[in-house]
Design a protein around this ligand. Structure first.
Ligand SMILES: [Fe+2]
Ligand SMILES: [Fe+2]
Length: 358
């Protein structure tokens, strides 16, 4: 009894295998794209840089990195209650996101193989990295007596279709934001080892270098397709993807601030730092970035945080679904309005300074 109070109950597919988290707008997605269009892409405008990145991928600096050491071999039952629940959720979300990268890159490497060998090999080697990342996280979940059935996830999750240029904007940002997330946690725990409650964080330093290289690959691919970066549509879409990636992370992380608190981080400060750094990084390739210092930027995101708390309370209230819909409606409308206003904040044009940054 005491044990079941201490350990949060997660639904299980079969003993030890967790039912994947319910899909919402904020959960990590799986992607698919127009593989033929991707295969037809002419990368000659930036082939040299892409070949140099391929050489880096081949060098496989992290070949021996993802090996668990003795520190994992102990009971993790002292991480209990809400912290344990949040911890498992963090591992699951990270594992799903890494695995989503694996599936997409693997499929791209398969479909591009005979048509675009440089890109195909880059995708194959990135899928190698993502498989390691997902596997390492799934083993960590097993330390908490739960893991994900990745085969089941492959078959059961919905796939979102994005045309190739959207895949590039989205994956570029998710790799770079992944880099900043991992390195920020790593540096924080390096300075405050007393908060390192579980060993996995020690792996984040080399790990984030994989994500950084993946991001650089997408940066180079976009440069080989100038039309993805230099017209008015590109500007609008870059803003859209920056905002969706930042808002999704902010809402997710604030909702789980307890996880960040358990490792000594303030979720808001952490997110603001990661957003600022990712935005700055994106300015090396995107023609515009967001004005995240605008006073309304976090004010409006905070309104969405409040709205989401209300939405969760309604969803858990037990009132009939139809009634819930009408109770939720004003908060959905407010969220959409906030996003629209955030989107219309004047962005920062970086094309004038890009030459100097690189
Ligand atoms: Fe990864
Ligand atoms: Fe990655």
């Amino acid at each position: 009894m005491v044990d079941s109070l201490k350990k949060p109950g997660f639904e299980q597919l079969r003993p030890g295998i967790k039912v994947p988290a319910k899909e919402t707008l904020l959960t990590p997605r799986f992607y698919t794209t127009d593989f033929d269009a991707m295969a037809r892409m002419d990368i000659s405008a930036n082939e040299e840089e892409l070949r140099a990145i391929l050489e880096e991928f081949r060098a496989d600096y992290n070949r021996h990195h993802f090996v668990r050491d003795a520190e994992f071999e102990q009971s993790w039952d002292h991480i209990d209650g809400e912290t344990r629940r949040l911890f498992i959720e963090f591992l699951e979300r990270s594992c799903t996101a890494e695995f989503s990268g694996f599936l997409l890159y693997k499929e791209l490497s398969r479909r591009l193989k005979d048509k675009n060998p440089v890109l195909a090999e880059c995708f194959a080697l990135m899928s190698r990295d993502e498989a390691r990342h997902a596997g390492f996280l799934n083993k960590a979940m097993a330390d908490f007596n739960l893991s994900l059935d990745l085969g089941f996830l492959t078959k059961s999750k919905k796939y979102t279709y994005f045309q190739p240029k959207f895949i590039f904007y989205a994956t570029y940002l998710s790799e770079k934001i992944g880099y900043w997330r991992y390195i920020t946690i790593y540096r924080h725990l390096e300075a405050h080892p007393e908060h390192r409650i579980y060993p996995i964080f020690r792996w984040f330093e080399n790990w984030c270098q994989d994500e950084n290289r993946h991001g650089d690959f997408f940066d180079a691919v976009m440069r080989s397709q100038p039309q993805m970066l230099n017209d008015w549509k590109a500007r609008l879409w870059c803003r859209f993807f920056l905002l969706s990636v930042f808002a999704t992370m902010y809402l997710n992380d604030i909702q789980r601030h307890g996880f960040y608190a358990s490792i000594g981080l303030d979720a808001r400060e952490y997110d603001k730092y990661v957003i600022e750094k990712t935005n700055e990084t994106a300015g090396r390739v995107f023609p515009v970035i967001l004005n995240v210092k605008h006073p309304e930027f976090y004010q409006r995101l905070e309104v969405c945080v409040k709205n989401n708390e209300k939405l969760t309370a309604i969803a858990n209230s037990g009132t009939p679904k139809l009634l819930q819909f009408f109770q939720k409606l004003p908060y959905y409308i407010s969220n959409a309005w906030q996003m629209l206003r955030l989107y219309s904040i004047k962005p920062i044009d970086v094309t004038a300074t890009q030459g100097q940054v690189r």
